[in-house]
Write a protein that binds this ligand. Structure first.
Ligand SMILES: N[C@@H](CCC(=O)N[C@@H](CS)C(=O)NCC(=O)O)C(=O)O
Length: 242
């Protein structure tokens, strides 16, 4: 089956979490809007079907149309061995993914604290305050949490978030680390020291053959100022170890 991924064609955004899972799975997929623009996606977002997605990304898998990033990954995890088979393992992986989604939302709100429909330039003062809290309190707390999970799950075979094999949650954590490094290079220098397991996992994911090939390909859209992880030098802060 050839999947159809529907997402904005010029940003990594939330679609990237799905792209990484599809790439690691070696799945056959079409990134629809990158090939033929957004009209097809917008048609499906007119909410005329009985089970419409609210927003992109969404994935067409045969007759299924699956929305919400974490929900798409729940599906792909099950169908491509990117999550454990047990109920407890599947739910745990999903739980981690939902936590990553919370972090992603907070990163977005750093540069758009008042509204996504206003320009960054129109909410700069609030963005500065929000990003200060994001970088000094929230990101460190999330990273401490992932660090604790990796510590608890360590094994001689390496350290994944769940079980003994790579899961979609590991791919997503890589994406978060890569995004943070791009958006906040100064703060990330501190995070690298404080969360070595998280950063080692991100490095391991980036080096996996299918992911490395994807990252080097034209399919990987470069980070930019339209996505979730944005580099505004005035928001990046040097954080001193506590
Ligand atoms: N919770 C959803 C959020 C989806 C979302 O916010 N999509 C963005 C792009 S990353 C969008 O286009 N939203 C349009 C809107 O919310 O009106 C998910 O994780 O997939």
């Amino acid at each position: 089956m050839r999947y159809e991924l529907y997402y904005w064609p010029s940003i990594q955004g939330r679609g990237e979490f799905v792209r990484l899972a599809l790439e690691q799975a070696g799945a056959d997929y079409r990134d629809v809007a990158r090939g033929s623009g957004t009209p097809g996606m917008e048609r499906m977002l007119s909410w005329h079907s009985a089970t419409p997605p609210f927003a992109p990304p969404f994935l067409k898998a045969g007759k299924l149309v699956i929305g919400q990033t974490a929900n798409i990954l729940l599906y792909l995890g099950e169908h491509h061995a990117l999550a454990p088979r047990t109920e407890a393992g599947r739910l745990w992986t999903h739980q981690i993914q939902l936590t990553i989604a919370d972090l992603v939302g907070e990163v977005h709100d750093g540069h758009h604290p008042i509204s996504g429909s206003l320009y960054y330039a129109d909410q700069k003062a609030a963005a500065r305050k929000r990003t200060h809290a994001l970088l000094t309190e929230r990101v460190p707390k999330f990273l401490r949490y992932f660090e604790a999970i990796l510590h608890a799950n360590r094994s001689p075979h390496g350290a994944f978030l769940v079980g003994r094999r790579v899961s979609y949650a590991d791919l997503s954590l890589f994406q978060v680390v890569d995004g943070l490094c791009y958006a906040f290079p100064k703060a990330s220098a501190h995070y690298r020291k404080k969360s070595p397991r998280v950063h080692a996992l991100a490095k391991e994911v980036a080096a996996r053959p299918r992911i490395a090939a994807y990252l080097a390909s034209e399919r990987r859209i470069a980070f930019n100022r339209d996505g979730i992880f944005r580099h505004y030098p005035e928001l990046d802060q040097v954080i001193y170890a506590r």
